[in-house]
Design a protein around this ligand. Structure first.
Ligand SMILES: Nc1ncnc2c1ncn2[C@@H]1O[C@H](COP(=O)(O)OP(=O)(O)OP(=O)(O)O)[C@@H](O)[C@H]1O
Length: 908
């Protein structure tokens, strides 16, 4: 007989691990549409885990400051006298609270993994005790950290009141807090590295009234961090701005903290150098410093080398979770090296093979019983489902890393069959999420919609930015419990999970790299929510040896990418010459000797040869010229950047891309066709977009071109004969430079055709279908083009081609908003995407002034009409919620239009 089952999962979040029911009990108690009851796991994994709870965990995570308005609490923060070094915990009302188990300093230092003790019960309600003492060096309000009260409170609201011991020790290194020494440090993922850099950065910015740059690897992290710092600094006079991609850049003069992608940070440093404003920069923080050794990382090396070469007092703060040759990097950056292996949430790592679970020493831990359900015959699928359900039953969340986008969708669908329906309150939030997904420009996929109802989603680069942001937010808020994702998720924003499961040790066709594996498994364990995190790597027998190698591999040393076989020195030297940092041969050589490359291999002769070869390339391609000494004072010839060389640096292109763009623009200027957008679109289509041409589709597209389209095609060098041949199956080998160039032009033209459709207001989904690509790819192409349009604009401005620069800049906006000229301003309003802007215009709201004067009812009516088709699929409940939401949206739209109108009137 089937056991009677409750309708929902039991909520086990606050139940200590040993008191939780074993997996078998939990799973058997689940409602299951498919009558699936996995047999009991013979030995529950949980039993083997030391229940690691400790005082620090409880204190850091019990957050009395959740209640922002509590005046007593604010008082306590400022005047409290809780002494961490042994005194009692004193409640705000004077009551002395019992002490939990404490860690010795050594235990804290060694990391919490070493501490195993029974968990003290979590009190259901606990009075706010005074956790801070301004004379305690661990207290973030201690004067040595120079944080203003507003900042201390802001951190406290985020749950950070005291520093971890390692953070305080690191900050205590000589010269760090006064900014006179640089530092590079490592700590495991989620170890709290960011806090150290933030204290250093904020202290200096407030004390010196100078600027800081924070360098992060991806746009998503730049936006997340910009938001975080803005909320932290709210109410102070400091301005934070994000610099990335196609965004219009805020003038650096008006900004105190610039949060940048690597490329943008380098551009800011170049601008500061050429304008002689580099002394305004006091701190430069580089997160993920190990990226120095990766493809884009050479720009980090160029940037840091420039700062080292000017001998300015810029404090460099570099951090990473995966750095092996720390001393070498510290030596190069004239910095302290600091390392620690503390992780506030311990991580347990396992390998799963044929339903057997092993620890990293290959010791068997437990067996996952094989279910009889036919969908679970494959042992890796069986393990995936059992491991996922167990964590769900405990109220935890799961990240399932999959090797490809298709596998993400398949995995989500598979889990959908076995995950039960949740409680009503969370269902409501999921319905809201679905509605928001439906409201995105491309709507929501039906599979995703179904999965979301059960708290499952997939996440990969094929989704649009809006979709990904909504899913990420819902996952962080606990509305979604399972994310099936590709590696892009781990590399992007921080979305931790109780349990991380790797469906296989492969990403795409490649075996997992050590760096990716570390980053992905590091997502296990949510600080403040989980007592520990777990990572399960599923593999087959065939993979055993390679998996073993992976989990025991030492970290690779970071190497310079300026080696001649990698990036070389061309861009580096062009930048220092164009920014007047070095002009003579000896100065260029001094700069080259400040690189990581030279620091790693101090071979003067080898470096001289490399410098000479690079200078020859720059001279040959007329990016620099050699000026003779004046015969009186100068003893050395000096190098000067030509107009094109200056333009390449100002636009932040590589010399190769810059030369290509220059050649194309010069040709284009002679034959420019202005009766069709396509020509200008072609020039803002990124030369580096990874766009594979479907030659059959290209052939069809060029057959449909207008007469002016045909002129543009031949003007840029697209050959219909070649397209036809390729569509018939011919190949063009990239073994000759002219073939490489021809392919590059055809790829660029193909991408330009996609962009042309978008700015003529065809929907993302339609264009993606026409060119048979994913919507996410298409969207990232538009974002890249927005960024590239700004680069080409800067290029033209530097060359004095002002009119062309203006035309291209205008296209930047049209690309970003995907609209024709007449509704561009409308599309910039919040919640008004291209289709809504067009709908407004067609219904008489043709400009900002008219929207500003419109009534809430007018706007609500139009918004309702916009989603009329989609509403047919919605339930009554959902429609009512949507009506409410429309009213809020209408108010925001009108308010934004009124503000935009006022600015326009003022400027006029
Ligand atoms: N002293 C502290 N007290 C309490 N929480 C902290 C403290 N320091 C950091 N945290 C919290 O720990 C979590 C992880 O910290 P953080 O993001 O700084 O780690 P990280 O080492 O930079 O991780 P990653 O390698 O993933 O970037 C964050 O939620 C942060 O707010």
């Amino acid at each position: 007989m089937q056991p009677s089952r409750p309708k929902t999962f039991p909520d086990l979040t606050n139940v200590p691990p040993q008191k939780r029911p074993k997996l078998a009990t939990v799973v058997n108690a689940l409602p299951n549409p498919n009558d699936f009851i996995p047999p009991p796991i013979s030995q529950v994994v949980r039993d083997d885990f030391p229940p690691v709870y400790h005082e620090e965990f409880l204190q850091e995570n019990y957050d009395p400051i959740d209640n922002e308005a509590d005046p007593d609490l604010i008082h306590d923060l400022e005047f409290g006298d809780y002494n961490r070094e042994g005194e009692d915990l004193v409640a705000s009302d004077g009551e002395v609270l019992p002490e939990g188990p404490t860690m010795t300093q050594e235990q804290r230092w060694a990391g919490s993994d070493t501490l195993a003790m029974p968990p003290p019960p979590l009190p259901s309600s606990r009075p706010a005790f005074t956790p801070l003492n301004r004379s305690d060096p661990l207290n973030i309000g201690h004067p040595r950290y120079g944080l203003q009260s507003a900042l201390v409170h802001a951190y406290a609201r985020k749950g950070i009141r005291t520093l971890y011991d390692w953070q305080a020790k690191c900050l205590d290194l000589p010269g760090l807090l006064d900014g006179s020494r640089s530092v590079v440090y490592t700590a495991p993922t989620s170890g709290g590295k960011t806090m150290v850099s933030e204290i250093l950065m904020l202290k200096r910015v407030f004390e010196t009234k100078s600027k800081a740059i924070l360098v992060l690897p991806f746009v998503s992290i730049v936006t997340e961090k910009t938001r975080h710092l803005k909320s932290l600094l709210e109410g102070t006079d400091k301005v934070v701005a994000g610099y990335f991609g196609g965004e219009k850049q805020k003038a650096w003069d008006a900004v105190d903290i610039a949060v940048c992608t690597i490329e943008k940070a380098n551009s800011l440093v170049n601008t500061a150098l050429s304008e002689g404003k580099h002394d305004e920069l006091v701190v430069l923080v580089v997160d993920e410093l190990h990226m120095l050794g990766e493809d884009r990382g050479y720009i980090i090396e160029l940037m840091l080398t420039k700062l080292l070469a000017i001998n300015q007092d810029v404090q460099i703060v570099g951090m990473s979770a995966t750095l092996k040759n720390l001393p070498l990097l510290a030596h190069w950056l004239r910095a302290h090296a600091f390392t620690c292996d503390f992780r506030p949430v311990p991580l347990h790592e396992y390998i799963v093979r044929d339903n057997a679970v092993f620890d990293t020493a290959a010791k068997p831990v437990c067996n996952i019983p094989q279910a009889e359900h036919k969908a679970l015959k494959d042992t890796s699928v069986n393990a995936l489902v059992a491991l996922t359900l167990e964590t769900l039953s405990e109220g935890g969340s799961v990240l399932v890393f999959c090797s490809a986008r298709g596998t993400c969708v398949e995995t989500a669908k598979l889990l959908f069959s076995f995950v039960p329906v949740a409680q009503a309150d969370i269902i409501e939030k999921r319905i809201e999420l679905i509605q928001q997904l439906r409201d995105t420009p491309s709507g929501v996929d039906e599979i995703l919609e179904g999965c979301v109802m059960k708290g499952i989603a997939y996440h990969h680069a094929g989704l649009t930015t809006e979709e990904r942001e909504l899913l990420e937010g819902a996952y962080s808020d606990g509305v979604l419990k399972i994310l099936c994702a590709t590696a892009t998720l781990a590399a992007g924003i921080n979305l931790p999970a109780r349990r991380v499961i790797f469906r296989s040790p492969r990403m795409g066709r490649e075996f997992l790299s050590l760096a990716s594996y570390r980053q992905m498994k590091g997502r296990a364990g949510r600080a403040g929510k989980d007592p520990f995190g777990e990572s399960f790597l599923c593999c087959t027998k065939m993979d055993t040896a390679k998996v073993n190698e992976l989990i025991h591999a030492p970290l690779p040393s970071v190497e310079s990418c300026l080696k001649p076989e990698k990036r070389g020195l061309k861009r580096a030297l062009l930048e220092v010459i164009a920014t007047n940092l070095a002009s003579t041969e000896s100065a260029v050589m001094t700069y080259a000797q400040s690189t990581l490359l030279y620091s790693t291999e101090p071979d003067e002769k080898g470096m001289k040869k490399l410098v000479d070869e690079s200078l020859d390339y720059l001279l040959e391609n007329k990016l620099i010229v050699k000026e003779d000494p004046d015969g009186y004072t100068a003893v050395e010839k000096s190098y000067v950047a030509t107009g094109v060389g200056q333009a390449v640096v100002a636009s932040a292109m590589t010399p190769e891309d810059g030369l290509f763009v220059h050649a194309e623009l010069s040709r284009g200027m002679r034959t420019i066709v202005l009766d069709d957008d396509l020509h200008l679109i072609y020039h803002v289509t990124p030369v580096y977009a990874q766009c594979e041409v479907d030659w059959g589709i290209l052939r069809n597209a060029i057959e449909d071109l207008s007469e002016s389209g045909n002129r543009i095609m031949s003007s840029v060098g697209v050959s219909p004969a070649l397209v036809h041949k390729m569509a018939m199956g011919a190949t063009l080998k990239e073994d000759k430079p002219e073939n490489v160039e021809r392919l590059r032009i055809h790829k660029r033209f193909y991408a330009a055709l996609m962009l042309q459709d978008l700015i003529n207001e065809r929907s993302l989904s339609d264009v993606a279908a026409k060119f048979d690509i994913e919507r996410g790819f298409l969207q990232s192409l538009t974002n890249l083009s927005g960024g590239f349009a700004s680069m080409v604009g800067a290029f033209c401005t530097k060359l004095g081609w002002g009119t062309l620069a203006m035309l291209l800049e205008h296209f930047r906006d049209r690309l970003v908003f995907g609209v024709k000229d007449d509704v561009l301003e409308l599309a910039k309003l919040p919640y008004v995407k291209s289709a809504t802007a067009r709908m407004f215009a067609q219904n008489g709201l043709k400009n900002i002034h008219l929207v500003a004067a419109a009534s809430r009812e007018d706007i609500v009516k139009l918004l309702k009409e916009m989603r009329a088709g989609r509403d047919r699929r919605s339930s009554e409940q959902l429609r009512l919620m949507q009506d409410d939401f429309d009213k809020k949206k209408a108010d925001i739209i009108i308010d934004a239009a009124q503000r935009a109108r006022d600015i326009m009137l003022r400027e006029y």
